[in-house]
Design a protein around this ligand. Structure first.
Ligand code: ADP
Ligand code: MG
Length: 243
C-alpha cells in the first residue's frame, strides 16, 4: 500500500509550469530518490506532497484517501508527513532539545516530560544526544541538519520527505547526514529524498526518479541509471554528475 501518492499532479506559478502531470507513489518502508537538474520541479513536487502547497490540479492520496477531494484536516495530515529542508531553520534562541520538543508539545500535545523523552530518543537516533543542550549557533551545519532530522523523526511520521538535505553542506560534513539517512533507511522508515548524492542513492534507493522540466523522464533502479539509462536526458545528466 502507498503511504503517499500523487496522480497527474500539476503545479503552475504564473506562466511557469513547475510540475507537469506527475504520478508517483511511495509504499510503506520504501526509500525513493528524486534527482534532476536545478529548476526541474523537485522542491515543488515535494512541497505539494508534503501538503505545504496545494497543487493546481491532480490528486494527492495519503494512505489511499484523496486529501483534497475529501477535505481532510491538513494540519493533522501534515503532522504525519515529516519534512527536512535544505536549511534546517532551527529556532536560534532554543537548544537542540527544545527545537525537537516544540512540535511534540504544541502539535501533538505531549507533556513536558514525554516530549523531552521522545526528543532525546530522536536525538540519539541521529547521534546528537550529547549536543542536546547546545544552541544552533554552537553546532556545525551537519549537526544542525541532524537536529532537523531528529525534529522530523520525533513526530513519528508515516513518511519523511527530504529536499536536498546535504546540498548546503561542505563535503566533509555531508557524510554524517548521509550516514544518519542510511540508518533511517535500514530501520525501514518510509522516505522520499531529493538528492544529487548518487552513491548514497545507489545504496538506499528502491527506486530512482529522474525529473527534468517538471516531468518524470525516467524511473528505474540505481543499477539502471548507473549502467544504462534509457533516455538521452538521463544519460547526459548522469554523465555530468559522475564527472
Ligand atoms: P528544483 O527543486 O528541481 O530546483 P523547483 O521546484 O524549485 O525546482 O522549481 C521548478 C520551477 O518552478 C522553476 O522554474 C522555479 O523557478 C519555479 N518556482 C518554484 N517555486 C516557485 C514559486 N514559489 N513562485 C514562482 N515560481 C516558482
Ligand atoms: Mg529544489
Amino acid at each position: 500500500m502507498n503511504v503517499l501518492e500523487c496522480k497527474n499532479l500539476v503545479k503552475v506559478y504564473g506562466k511557469v509550469v513547475a510540475v507537469k502531470n506527475v504520478s508517483l507513489g511511495i509504499g510503506r518502508g520504501e526509500t525513493k530518490v528524486i534527482f534532476g537538474p536545478s529548476g526541474s520541479g523537485k522542491s515543488t513536487l515535494l512541497r505539494c506532497l508534503g501538503l505545504l502547497e496545494k497543487p493546481t490540479s491532480g490528486n494527492i492520496y495519503f494512505n489511499n484517501v484523496d486529501v483534497y477531494a475529501t477535505k481532510q484536516d491538513l494540519n493533522k495530515l501534515r503532522a504525519k508527513i515529516g519534512f527536512v529542508f535544505q536549511e534546517p531553520s532551527l529556532f536560534r534562541h532554543l537548544t537542540a532539545l527544545r527545537n525537537v520538543m516544540l512540535g511534540l508539545k504544541h502539535v501533538l500535545g505531549y507533556s513536558e516530560e514525554e516530549s523531552r523523552s521522545k526528543a532525546m530518543e530522536a536525538l540519539r537516533l541521529v547521534k546528537m544526544e550529547d549536543w542536546a543542550n547546545y544552541y544552533p549557533a554552537q553546532l556545525s551545519g551537519g549537526q544542525q541538519q541532524r537536529v532537523g532530522i531528529a525534529r522530523a523523526i520525533a513526530m513519528d511520521p508515516e513518511i519523511i520527505l527530504f529536499d536536498e538535505p546535504t546540498a548546503a553542506l561542505d563535503v566533509e560534513l555531508k557524510w554524517e547526514v548521509i550516514s544518519v539517512m542510511k540508518d533511517l533507511a535500514d530501520r525501514g522508515i518510509t522516505m522520499l529524498i531529493a538528492t544529487h548524492e548518487l552513491r548514497f542513492a545507489k545504496e538506499v534507493a528502491d527506486e530512482m526518479i529522474f525529473m527534468d522540466q517538471g516531468e518524470i523522464i525516467e524511473i528505474g533502479d540505481a543499477e539502471q541509471f548507473f549502467t544504462s539509462p534509457t533516455t538521452e536526458r538521463a544519460r547526459r545528466f548522469m554523465a555530468k554528475l559522475l564527472g
